[in-house]
Structure formats: C-alpha cells, structure tokens
Design a protein around this ligand. Structure first.
Ligand code: FAD
Length: 400
C-alpha cells in the first residue's frame, strides 16, 4: 500500500469527553470531502470522521510515486487552474504552488498541432500564413450558420467549420463519450475555446499552478487536525449504523446513496495504462491528443506537469470505457432529468449535504468543487450558528 495512506489508516475513534460520537460523517476524502472536513474542524471546532472506500485520501486527485520514483496521477492527469483568487488562496494555506501552464498538441494529418485551435494550428494544417486579423475572417468563412447550437456538433461547426470539426473533435468525442457529438449536449464542447492569436496554453485562467509537493501532501495537510479522523478502505455503509454521528456530508454517487431507486445515472469511465520508460523525455508537451488514430484518446507525460527531474519518465495512456469507476457524468437531457429526481430526494434530507462531482452529477473541475464545498460550508456555518443560538427546551443549548 502507498506510504501516505498508512498514517491515515489507523483512525482512532476516541471522542471528546462529555460528547459522544462525531458531529459529521464525511463520505469521500476527495476535494469536496476534504475541504468540508477541514472547515468543519478548523472553523467550527467540530469532530469529523472522514471515510473513503479507497485505500488513500485525495479522491481522483490523489498522486503518488511509481516504482521508478516518478510522481504520477493514478487517475489521470490533474492540472490545477482557476480564476478565483479566493479558491487559490484557500488551497495555498496547505501547499506551496509551482507555476505551470499546460500545453496540448493534437496529432492530426501527420502533424502535432496546438490545441485549442489557434492561429498556428490553422496556418500549419492548411499551409496558410494568416495574421490574427485575417484569422477572424477565415473562421467566419468556414463556420456553418445555424439558428441555435443544440448539440456539441453544432457548437463546433458554428465556430470552426466542418473540416476542423472532423479532424480535431469528432473522433475524439466519439472515443471519449462513445457517442457522436450530434448526440451530446452543447455543454460538452462549449468549454473548448478557439483562439485567433498564437496563445498555445491549454487554459487561460488567471491562476495556473501545481501543488509543489503534489496533491496528496496538500490533502494530508488539510486533514491534519486533532478533530479529524480518517478511515480508509471503508465504504460508509459499513460504519453508518455502527458509529454515532449527527450530520453527514456525502460526496459519492447520488444514485448509489438512494440504492438506484430510479435507475442508474450513466457515467463514462476510463482505463489508465501507466508506463515508465528508461529515457528522460517522451514528448515535447504535457499531453498529446490522438483524435483520429488508436483506441486511446491521449498520452500524458507527468514530469512536464510536476516539474520533477528524473532519469526515467512516466506516461499514461487513457482508454475511454463504458464500465468502471464513475468519472464523467454523461450530459444528456434524459440523464439531467433522472438526476433531478434524485436531487429532489436529497433536498428532503435535512441532515445530509450532497457535495462534489458525483453527488451533484456534474462535470466539475477541481477548483469548482472547492468553490462548491466552500459555499456549502458557509450555509452549514450559518445554520450551525442559528442552532447554537436557539435554546432547546428541557436541555442546555448544545453547540453541535
Ligand atoms: C481523468 C480525469 C482528469 C481530470 N483532470 C482534471 C484537471 O486537469 N483539472 C481539474 O481541475 N479537474 C480535473 N478532473 C476533475 C477532478 O478529478 C474533480 O473535479 C475532483 O476530483 C472532484 O472531487 P470530488 O471530491 O467531488 O470527487 P472525487 O475526487 O471522486 O472524490 C469522491 C470520493 O468519494 C469516495 N466514495 C464514493 N463512494 C463512497 C462510499 N460509498 N463510501 C466511501 N467513500 C466513497 C470515492 O472513493 C472518492 O475518493 C479530472 C477528472 C478526471 C476523471
């Protein structure tokens, strides 16, 4: 087992004298669960039990050194970026940051071209020498005119035209989602920008950086508080009836919480093939996309992202799968409708708060999950304060 997990595996379940059990049971030690556990313990002084069924903290953002000693992201590359100073500063209390701007190339027609599509992508693909001003006009000349962008296909062809859509988006989306872009919500590709300049950074956010010593170290510091106990390798259903708790934060899949009462919410999964190679460098940038060839969608080389120096290098191939760990909620109208039925059930439970990507069935980046958790904490803190000020009949006012 990974060394970082061992410290956390022996959760001593002692409680504070005079008060029994935990104030909060937090299900999931990813961003959503860890932020809330940290705030509940540090700000409100509450006693928190965090349980995760995996053997480590950090959820999908967990990182560790592989057998060769290279820092890898077992659940696929995680690059931190945000426009929120509040979120960046909040996490900065638990890590130093290493500035990092992610770059992605796409393998198209035998060339490696910048992604998102920019001026260089178009000039090199078509052998043109457009200027930034001319690129606007060029895009307008190839863009398809439609009334509304209903699907992912519409969004892209309305921006960059049919040929770029076919070369860069169609195959990638079909592999990634197992669906044609014409069958997917507009939201899937609405996130992908197109640039008329030569900016080849994958993200344009104000803050782009990686935790200097990795995500797992950052999570360890968030959860390092005498009021927080962590139990790993534990499905919350194993302890929910056994260990006393007052309220719950749930960050697992919402349909699972309700025993799939209305049916399963579909997720897209990934299989990761991690490889260590006896060479210092494998590719020129962090990620190379393969929209049209091979069964994998992309290859990522971790040392670009982490800045680690090492005589060998580690890469990961991503193979999209229909079955496996739930990673991406599938954005289709019927799934949103099914989620709403679960959401209505969730709202009826006053002692359980649903937070995070799986519990709210939404594609969220890490910073958005942190933002969602901080917002949930503000609501919880307000309710906590209100309860503390309301004397209970027949008992002293308990500050729970
Ligand atoms: C391949 C991939 C790449 C990504 N890349 C990026 C990126 O570059 N940048 C970015 O910002 N975001 C990225 N993300 C998104 C990022 O992973 C999520 O935003 C973030 O991890 C969500 O945190 P979370 O706490 O909501 O969920 P999770 O990290 O999934 O944590 C939920 C935890 O709950 C636990 N759990 C579930 N059910 C139970 C149960 N019954 N009992 C106990 N524990 C349970 C799980 O084991 C898990 O550890 C990526 C996601 C994927 C899949």
């Amino acid at each position: 087992m990974d060394k970082t997990s061992e410290n956390f595996n022996t959760a001593a379940l002692q409680t504070i004298p005079g008060r029994s059990g935990f104030d909060y049971l937090v299900v999931g030690a990813g961003f959503a669960g860890s932020v809330l556990a940290e705030r509940l313990a540090n700000v409100l002084g509450l006693r928190v039990l965090v349980v995760d069924k995996r053997p480590h903290i950090g959820g999908n953002a967990f990182d560790r050194h592989d057998d060769a000693g290279v820092l890898i992201h077992p659940y696929g590359p995680h690059i931190f970026h945000t426009n929120s100073a509040e979120i960046f500063e909040y996490l900065g209390a638990f890590t130093r940051w290493r500035p990092y701007q992610h770059r992605v190339l796409a393998s198209v027609d035998g060339q490696l071209l910048p992604m998102p599509i920019n001026l260089d992508t178009v000039n090199r693909l078509y052998g043109l020498s457009l200027t930034a001003f001319e690129m606007d006009e060029w895009l307008a000349s190839v863009a398809e005119k439609k009334e509304h962008a209903k699907t992912s296909e519409d969004v892209v062809v309305m921006k960059v035209g049919r040929d770029l859509y076919n070369k860069f988006f169609r195959g990638y989306t079909r592999k990634q989602w197992g669906l044609d872009p014409s069958e997917l919500d507009a939201s899937v590709t609405a996130r992908v920008p197109t640039r008329t300049n030569r900016d080849d950074r994958y993200f344009a956010d104000t803050f782009q950086a990686m935790p200097a010593n990795g995500y797992t170290r950052m999570f360890e510091r968030m959860l390092r508080h005498p009021n927080i106990k962590v139990m790993l390798n534990t499905d919350y259903r194993e302890v929910v009836e056994v260990i006393p708790w007052q309220r719950m934060i749930y960050t697992g899949p919402i349909d699972e919480f309700f025993n799939h009462r209305y049916g399963r919410l579909p997720y897209r999964s990934l299989e990761f093939d991690h490889v260590n190679l006896p060479q210092e460098r494998f590719q020129d940038v962090g990620t190379v996309n393969y929209p049209n060839d091979y069964a994998y969608t992309r290859i990522t080389e971790f040392k670009h992202i982490t800045g680690q120096r090492h005589p060998t290098t580690s890469i990961v191939y991503e193979y999209p799968r229909a079955e496996g760990d739930p990673y991406y909620p599938v954005p289709r109208p019927e799934n949103a409708a099914l989620y709403q039925r679960y959401q209505a059930e969730a709202e009826r439970l006053s002692d359980v708060t649903f937070v995070g990507r799986l519990a709210t069935y939404r594609y969220y980046n890490m910073d958005q999950v942190v933002g969602q958790a901080l917002a949930a904490f503000k609501r919880i803190a307000k309710a906590h304060e209100a309860r503390a000020q309301t004397p209970r009949v027949g008992s002293p006012a308990l500050a729970d």
